[in-house]
Design a binder for this molecule. Structure first.
Ligand code: BG6
Length: 312
């Protein structure tokens, strides 16, 4: 039998393993090509890295992996509202009055339930769902019967698909995001492709509407909501000679965020210089791209991400 350097039997790939990272129960997936780590809390992707390459997804060196707190980095799920509830469309605000109203909604810090895990050839599929709203203290103000699940598929790419099903008896409105923290060689050496000519809301200057003239380069604190987007965006990274492709479905809005130096000092689980190594491009349904569902209706928002060599 072949053994690895530490004398243990090599594990077949793909495989799915349960591990604990500090206080969090996680699923670690290895395929011949890549590694993926997903926390049951928040159904949060914590790591996505193709073997031998720089990580696609950034994780904070100061991440705490604590129960009840969203981890800084990875891909938090924001639902059923994005950002500050008071900045959301009135239909979304109307649904929430009681209980805590934290930024980015209610599901980042709660345990999701693993509903499916399957190895299909060289790929691995997981499905996680929030608990029934009536069972969860944090969700009990939501209409009974509102369901949310995240399907995660790892093949040559990472695919996430977030589905809301309104099995309640009332009309609902929500905003949401897959809050992806991408890893970059240096924020000073990347450009975001695909935003040229698009409308955006500059949240740092009174939520004024602007138009993106050229390709976006980040040169100061950035917190913008882009609207009417085509499905394909990309981060071109000259130092790492790669382009991260980001392909959205069921979404025409995206949030682009980098805190830059001064806000970085005020963020939790975030090193003072970490802003140079990350860039959030968050596939979203926000502002006028909100989701409205009559009883019985469902909506899926997805993102696929992968890295290509520059020039390829
Ligand atoms: O610290 P949090 O709640 O994870 O939010 C981080 C950032 O998330 C981004 O999506 C927002 O646009 C920013 O305004 C916010 O600062």
């Amino acid at each position: 039998m072949t053994t690895t350097d530490d004398g243990t039997a090599p594990q077949e790939v793909p495989h799915i393993q349960r591990i604990e990272v500090n206080q969090l129960q996680c699923l670690r997936i290895q395929t011949a090509r890549a590694e993926l780590l997903v926390a049951e809390q928040g159904a949060q992707v914590l790591r996505y890295q193709v073997h031998g390459q720089e990580p696609v997804i950034w994780m904070s060196e100061e991440a705490a992996f604590e129960a009840g707190n969203s981890v800084r980095g990875g891909i938090p799920v924001c639902w059923p509202w994005f950002g500050d509830l008071m900045r959301n469309p009135p239909q979304v605000q109307a649904l929430h009055s009681g209980g805590r109203l934290p930024a980015h909604g209610l599901v980042r810090g709660i345990d999701w339930l693993l509903q499916e895990s399957a190895i299909e050839g060289d790929s691995v599929r997981l499905v996680l769902a929030i608990p029934p709203t009536t069972d969860s203290p944090s969700l009990r103000h939501l209409p009974a019967g509102l369901e949310l699940r995240l399907e995660i598929l790892l093949d040559d790419r990472l695919h996430l698909n977030l589905t809301t099903r309104n099995n309640s008896e009332q009309h609902i409105a929500l905003t949401q995001a897959l809050h992806s923290y991408f890893a970059v060689s240096s924020i000073h050496n990347v450009a975001v492709e695909g935003l040229e000519g698009q409308r955006y809301i500059e949240t740092l200057e009174g939520w004024a509407e602007r138009q993106q003239k050229r390709e976006l380069v980040i040169s100061n604190e950035t917190d913008r909501i882009y609207l009417d987007l085509p499905p394909q965006l990309a981060i071109r990274d000259e130092n790492w000679k790669r382009r991260i492709r980001i392909e959205a479905s069921g979404s025409t809005s995206a949030v682009v965020w980098n805190p830059w130096a001064s806000k970085a000092r005020r963020l939790s689980q975030f090193a003072d210089d970490a802003w140079q190594r990350m860039l959030c491009i968050e596939t979203a349904n926000v502002m006028e791209d909100l989701i409205e569902l009559a009883p019985g209706e469902a909506h899926s928002m997805g993102v696929a991400m992968w890295a290509e060599q520059l020039g390829g």
